[in-house]
Design a protein around this ligand. Structure first.
Ligand code: PNS
Length: 157
């Protein structure tokens, strides 16, 4: 059984994330979505809320489970004997941000990061934009799953 870890903030999970997670699942027997903490970000949803939203959204996707990751992703991946860490790339800006993280995670864990190009039809989707659109009452139903859309509307009501 090969296992991959897909780490991220998922604040909240978007259809772009789901695309990458499903592509990872196509390459590995099991995918653990690690809902983690990025020291550079402030969050709209708490860790528990982000985990819950991602769990609901991914409930129908076999071979995928969602866990909270409170420490280093390198330790999280090593503890689960992950074959790889999988990250999605939308373009060059993502690559610039991910390169150092991939090298550091390999330095810490000897686990390689595999980059997956997401569907170009979804490359405009980012959690930050989704939150901004929702804050203005804009339509987000084609950017996130229904449970996430409901949660965003509730936060902004
Ligand atoms: O979705 P994001 O915010 O781009 O994800 C970044 C995240 C959360 C995966 C990254 O910040 C992370 O791995 N945080 C956990 C702590 C950690 O391992 N830091 C060292 C990164 S080299």
């Amino acid at each position: 059984m090969t296992l991959a870890v897909c780490p991220g903030s998922f604040d909240p999970l978007t259809l772009g994330h789901i695309d990458v997670i499903e592509r990872a699942r196509g390459m590995f027997d099991e995918v653990v979505v690690a809902v983690s903490h990025n020291a550079k970000k402030t969050y709209l949803f708490s860790l528990d809320e982000r985990v819950e939203l991602a769990r609901e959204a991914l409930a129908g996707v076999g071979g995928v489970r969602v866990e909270a990751a409170t420490g280093l992703i390198a330790d999280f991946a090593r503890e689960r004997r992950a074959a790889a860490i999988v990250k999605g790339l939308r373009g060059a800006a993502d690559y610039d941000a991910e390169q150092a993280m991939a090298l550091l995670n390999r330095h810490l864990s000897h686990i390689e990061t595999v980059f997956v190009m997401g569907d170009p039809a979804l490359s405009h989707i980012a959690s930050s934009f989704v939150k901004e659109i929702a804050s203005y009452g804009g339509t987000i139903d084609d950017l996130v799953t229904p449970n996430v859309a409901r949660a965003l509307r509730k936060v902004n009501s």
